[in-house]
Design a binder for this molecule. Structure first.
Ligand code: SF4
Length: 69
């Protein structure tokens, strides 16, 4: 399973990822993403997660291997 990682130094808070992946991300009042849970991506959400990664204008999102910890 993969997990969404946000590079906070790159994110410019346009909120696109929260629109594309509302199951995992909410948007705060400034447009920055807020995790709704542990950011692990269930298989059914992999396509949406990949789309969010591909469309992030700041290249701030990536999918990493989820670690059980
Ligand atoms: S789409 Fe990218 S730049 Fe925009 S809020 Fe999400 S992580 Fe930040």
């Amino acid at each position: 399973m993969s997990r969404v990682h946000i590079d906070w130094t790159a994110c410019d808070g346009r909120g696109l990822c929260a629109e594309l992946l509302p199951e995992l991300l909410a948007e705060d009042e400034w447009g920055y993403p807020v995790a709704r849970g542990d950011m692990n991506v269930p298989p059914a959400l992999e396509p949406a997660a990949r789309q969010a990664v591909d469309r992030c204008p700041a290249l701030a999102l990536k999918l990493v291997s989820a670690r059980s910890a």
